[in-house]
Design a protein around this ligand. Structure first.
Ligand SMILES: CC(=O)N[C@H]1[C@@H](OP(=O)(O)OP(=O)(O)OC[C@H]2O[C@@H](n3ccc(=O)[nH]c3=O)[C@H](O)[C@@H]2O)O[C@H](CO)[C@@H](O)[C@@H]1O
Ligand SMILES: C=C(OP(=O)(O)O)C(=O)O
Length: 439
């Protein structure tokens, strides 16, 4: 999506079918895993999104030969000639993604050194990398902070260790996996994240020759091996995109079949969707989402898997502006993930943000110091407005809000949405949305 601004004529339901491809939060990690192999890897179902292009560029400056396979959505990644890259070239390809931090372990194994530029990614809170760096130091890496990034070396190689994550971080879990698989000896990872995308990364690493076992209570054991080969793998589909289209169908009173959506990856979402007045049919090749009747208010607590994902709350909040009564969303994963609601309020939504969270409500998810809460009172009539996309999921939510609202909305900075949604405008048009690209 090379456009920066679109005009949406809203107030019409979305109807039709969209197809999911590989998950942004898996594909980019599997591309990094290819660095660890001694032979080429084939990754299937790769979406055409900007985060994939950024990771491809970073792999290429490190000497990985990346080519497209015959089917159009396969990537062949040949890491046989991996080499150190100039800092300037790495910076030029760092872009807006957080994935460069996951190059640490693979580059240390391959080259004995790594330079990691300052990270991009959505601005949804502080997003520290202390768990990553603490773990890498435990493996034996030295970490030096530079003005524009960090430099790591491992003069004595990397050795298996015990890592106990203070919080089940997705990225830090992937960091430990990608480092431990070729470290000397065994690594015990406690407090691991267990998202489906992580399980798919473990599947990829096992195909490459890694020895990884998943124990009860968020413990993962990794026995380091000396050699890994390439893999051939079809990526898990994007459950965040699935939840986004489901919420879009709910908000606009539409009917959307999401090809490739899998019930087992969306169980928690489906429960909330049903409680909010949505209905769904699960069939072999996907899930159809629509409304069962009037929308109802719900209480959502975001959490790590198997909880309700933080990436799902933004599109669901748009739908909840159409539910009769008071909904509450407790955001417990990130400290600043409600910025997108300002625009919804300008469109007519009644949303109050509690920057320090809401106390005194019975909860399943433990309180965290950084949390926030949103109280949404509905149903409200949304009217078109000029809005600016703040981040990836917030951006998709702005588009849904504009589709739900009566009248015209001008949505600017839509390019960010291409970080995680392939062919968004084409898909929206196929679903019947009235959209024009601004000059
Ligand atoms: C590319 C990708 O896969 N992005 C996903 C990934 O982000 P990402 O992997 O960056 O998110 P994490 O799971 O690491 O972050 C969860 C929490 O841990 C904290 N933390 C994390 C690392 C660290 O070193 N120190 C620390 O304090 C974060 O600030 C946050 O409060 O998981 C998030 C949580 O499911 C999703 O919203 C993102 O879509
Ligand atoms: C926060 C997200 O991604 P990232 O971690 O890449 O910024 C997201 O996918 O919504």
């Amino acid at each position: 999506m090379n456009v920066d601004s679109i005009t949406i004529n809203g107030g019409k339901p979305l109807n039709g079918r969209v197809e999911l491809r590989g998950a942004k939060n898996f594909v980019t990690k599997a591309m990094v895993a290819a660095l660890l192999g001694e032979t080429p890897s084939t990754l299937r179902g790769v979406p055409n999104i900007s985060d994939v292009r950024i990771v491809r560029g970073l792999l290429e400056v490190h000497g990985v030969n990346v080519t497209e396979g015959a089917s159009g959505d396969d990537l062949i990644l040949d890491p046989v000639n991996v080499e150190s890259a100039h800092h300037a070239d790495i910076d030029a390809h760092a872009g807006s993604s957080r994935i460069p931090i996951l190059f640490c372990g693979p580059l240390l194994h391959r080259l004995g050194e790594a330079f990691i530029p300052d990270l991009g990614g959505c601005r949804i809170g502080d997003r520290p990398i202390d768990f990553h760096l603490d773990a890498l130091r435990k493996f034996g890496a030295t970490v030096e902070k530079l003005p524009a990034g960090i430099r790591l070396t491992a003069p004595n190689g990397l050795t298996g260790t015990t890592v106990h994550l203070p919080y089940p971080s997705v990225g830090a879990t992937e960091q430990v996996l990608l480092t431990a698989v070729r470290a000397r000896g065994t690594t015990e990872l406690r407090g691991a994240a267990i998202e489906p995308e992580i399980m798919d990364l473990i599947a990829v690493l096992q195909k490459m020759g890694a020895l990884i076992s998943y124990e009860p209570n968020r413990v993962i054991l990794i026995e380091g091996v000396e050699h890994l080969s390439g893999y051939d793998h079809r990526a898990i589909r994007d459950r965040n995109e699935a939840a986004s289209w489901a919420a879009a169908a709910l908000a606009t009173d539409g009917d959307v079949f999401v090809g490739g959506a899998r019930q087992e990856d969306l169980m928690t979402f489906l429960n909330v969707f049903r409680k909010a007045g949505g209905e769904f049919d699960i069939v072999d090749d996907g899930i159809r989402f629509g409304r069962a009747g009037a929308l109802r208010p719900v209480v959502i607590e975001t959490d790590v898997h198997p909880g309700f994902m933080t990436d799902w709350q933004q599109p669901m909040i748009v739908a909840l502006t159409q539910a009769e009564g008071e909904s509450i969303v407790h955001e417990t994963v990130y400290e600043n993930r409600f910025g997108f609601t300002d625009a919804l309020v300008r469109m007519g939504a009644d949303i109050t943000i509690h920057p320090n969270g809401l106390q005194g409500y019975p909860r399943r998810v433990p309180h965290r110091n950084l949390e926030q809460a949103a109280v949404i009172r509905g149903a409200t009539h949304l009217s078109g407005a000029d809005i600016e996309v703040p981040d990836l999921r917030g951006g998709f939510s702005h588009v849904i809000a504009a589709l739900t609202a009566e009248g015209r909305s001008r949505v600017s900075n839509v390019g960010i949405i291409a970080r995680g949604y392939e062919n968004l405008l084409t898909k929206l048009e196929l679903l019947g949305a009235d959209i024009t690209l601004d000059a």
